[in-house]
Write a protein that binds this ligand. Structure first.
Ligand code: GSH
Length: 194
């Protein structure tokens, strides 16, 4: 979303995580996506670094205009503790130590924290979206979609509205196109397409 909104266009290589291409692992041995490779060979392999790289160059919606220390602290909780609960909740059958409901309960600490932030404002850091909303939105979306009936009946009324707004935003829908998996020798797939 940050790359698309900042007007950067790149050659996109869709990968299967179950079959990571050697070129990806050569660029970044940690084996996670996204990986951004620059023409000079420099690499960014953390999505937050890619967002910041793009938005510090062009930020038409002022997504970086927030207290960056607070935004970074909230994204840290998302990327670490909440992501861990999310993975266990999503794939509870592979983590039999606890039940799906227990993993969900652990994730709810973060949902409550976000709900509290949203009690007096439309977005996490004010009345306009910031890069924290963009960084955290996809994870709340995944959490909600594990059991949408549960999420929609949950007490997180502001978060439910915030997520709907995120999912319906042009910035989000415009980058949700599906791409076929890249093979060496394929011609470049431009992202965004226009
Ligand atoms: N903190 C990293 C996390 C990246 C990450 O874990 N990505 C997942 C996919 S969303 C992945 O590549 N997992 C590797 C795997 O499943 O093999 C970032 O934001 O770039």
């Amino acid at each position: 979303m940050a790359l698309a909104r900042s007007g950067h266009q790149l050659a996109l290589r869709e990968v299967l995580l179950s079959d990571k291409p050697a070129q990806m692992l050569e660029a970044s041995s940690k084996g996670t996506v996204p990986v951004m490779i620059f023409p000079d060979g420099a690499v960014l392999d953390e999505s937050r670094d890619i967002m910041r790289w793009a938005l510090t160059r062009r930020d038409p919606d002022h997504w970086l205009d927030v207290d960056q220390d607070l935004a970074e602290a909230l994204i840290d909780i998302n990327d670490q503790d909440f992501k861990e609960c999310l993975d266990r909740y999503k794939y509870a059958e592979y983590f039999p130590d606890q039940s799906e409901a227990e993993y969900r309960a652990q994730g709810q600490h973060f949902l409550s924290q976000l709900e509290e932030r949203l009690s007096g404002q439309a977005y996490l850091f004010g009345e306009r979206p910031s890069y924290a909303d963009i960084a955290i939105g996809p994870f709340i979306r995944q959490f909600a979609h594990v059991d949408m009936t549960w999420f929609e009946a949950s007490p997180y009324r502001k978060l439910i509205d915030w997520l709907k707004c995120f999912e319906n935003s042009r910035a989000f829908t415009s980058v949700m196109e599906k791409y076929s998996v890249w093979q060496p020798g394929d011609s470049a797939t431009l992202f965004p397409a226009v």
